[in-house]
Design a protein. Sequence first.
Lengths: 369, 369
Amino acid sequence: MWLMTEDRLESMAVGAGILGTGGGGNPYRGRLVARRHLREGRPITIAVPEEVPDDARVVSVGGMGAPVIGIERIIRGDEALCALRALEALMGAAFDYVIPGEIGGGNSTIPMVVSALSGLPVIDADGMGRAFPELQMSTFAVYGGACTPAALCDYKHNTVLFPNSADARTLERQARAVTVAMGGAASFALSPMSGAEMRARSVLGTLSFAEQIGAAVRGARLLHDDPIAAGARTAGGALLFRGKVVDVERRLVAGFARGNLRLEGVAEWRGDTLQIDFQNENLVARDGAGRLVATVPDLICVLDDTNGEPITTEIVRYGLRVSVLGIPAPHLLTTPQGLAVFGPRAFGYDADYLPLPAQYAAETVRRQA
Amino acid sequence: MWLMTEDRLESMAVGAGILGTGGGGNPYRGRLVARRHLREGRPITIAVPEEVPDDARVVSVGGMGAPVIGIERIIRGDEALCALRALEALMGAAFDYVIPGEIGGGNSTIPMVVSALSGLPVIDADGMGRAFPELQMSTFAVYGGACTPAALCDYKHNTVLFPNSADARTLERQARAVTVAMGGAASFALSPMSGAEMRARSVLGTLSFAEQIGAAVRGARLLHDDPIAAGARTAGGALLFRGKVVDVERRLVAGFARGNLRLEGVAEWRGDTLQIDFQNENLVARDGAGRLVATVPDLICVLDDTNGEPITTEIVRYGLRVSVLGIPAPHLLTTPQGLAVFGPRAFGYDADYLPLPAQYAAETVRRQA
């Protein structure tokens, strides 16, 4: 158990943005809200997964919806706590810990806001090890089931409860419809589980992993070193491409930001192109000949070439100079049952998962760091 | 308190179809399910509103969605009971009575199915005195508020709960989104209220009103009399038009059947036309010169010319010979606060409510019958 500080929060948000692989919502506002709580004396407690009792009551909290909505409508700040309290009322029992649904992007900061408001510790783990666009794309669902009972809450505190959905896809479909009816963004509390279940179903250590990546990037910036190389090293990833954004196609479809972007290479990639498809998050990258370079669930991270800041799919635009980082996916995502939900076929691609070259990964090293 | 019989159920379904004003879903299947329960020895109890104790716990049950879905997907039969039980679990208390949300169409039969399954009496009253397409178009909402807590349940028993929506329109928007995600049709339990609140917020006596209309129509059929004239007489309405359907435009939009139909007159209406716009239910009727003939909340009922069977908006088609009946709306719908929700402007028309000529109505007589 340790206390979040402003500095570690800042690093965590930078790293979470990178692990968002283009989606997960921008962590900027969530970080501001969490920082205000720290400054006003409301501590944010982080729990190491190993110290959570087997019978502790754990619940996942976060936000749902198209990231672009989050740019136009400021969050109230207590939506996720409101969802958590509604779920407690439904279940007739209080929770002991919260856990991020996804470490990538803004959903990394929402549990910390809940922690500041409620005193509940945030577990250093999550259900994705990155960001994904749909609720069933979660290790909580793949290794646990339906994710219900679940609660959604909007900025007016309208609450919707899902006590017993048949499966996580049903919950995704129905909760997504509510989210769109709530104006495109809502906060959730879902996947209640015990401490023992949490350890079996979560990608562990991802909050501190995000913090380490962010600290490396921030350190390199201060030292006028290469922040992208520093981030890649810490994340166990490697540079896939460096180029300029020459085309962006983006539509808001059924509550998702869908589209693709095209890069023209610079430096050793001059003359090459890279195309990246996204659905909130970056899904697959192809070279100029149409060959796959990287696929989900591996992380395809588009970073500002000058400072390593993540470029999310709702703000990427013509002319930006970017580096594309590939980071191998956590092990729980690449098992056969993991790939059935997280792999390229789950997103409609007629292609198998193409793992990033083995030398990129130091999976066990970085997970135990 | 009285027990529903097969014969009275049959009459009630015919009358409810007429009061459905083209929508509310076809009562045919609901009646078959209710009849099966009667034949298998599960009684359906009807309670007179006056005998319900002031502190009794009452809840409204029914179905939500585009009527056309109900033609293609057979109901399971216990969806509304499942919604009711989920609402009881949420509120931590059991209900004593059910009340139809709308007497018009299939929603008149669903509470009887719930009664047969649960033993709870059905109150002889409802929240519309007819059928309307949206949840906030209910006297429970106009004279009571948000209609929450509420529960929706689909044919797989997936349940969604709405503990605290800001208002009935918010509930309508969010529950409609869930209904569409549930495949276009779902059953609900909503507007929990006390017996005293029920009496202040309901259109009273509508179940027996429907039964009387249906009995008059059925009696006239047996006696080779004019069933439409008999129905009109009993309902306090009058014939607005008689003609042939020459055009139907119908689209399924956002979970509603929207469109219009055009009639060419026969008998004394020869040479005239009548156009009726609908959103699940018939909303306004205009003559050949475009002048309003009748508007919501008055009932515009399209009946098969040969036997007085109601023609719902999802089955109306070219070539049918029909009579159009106008029935004055219940008083609770035509107060200023009623018209704000039930009047033509609530449906986007730039027109005031045009009450049917006074001689049609014998409001107090028929309501006290």
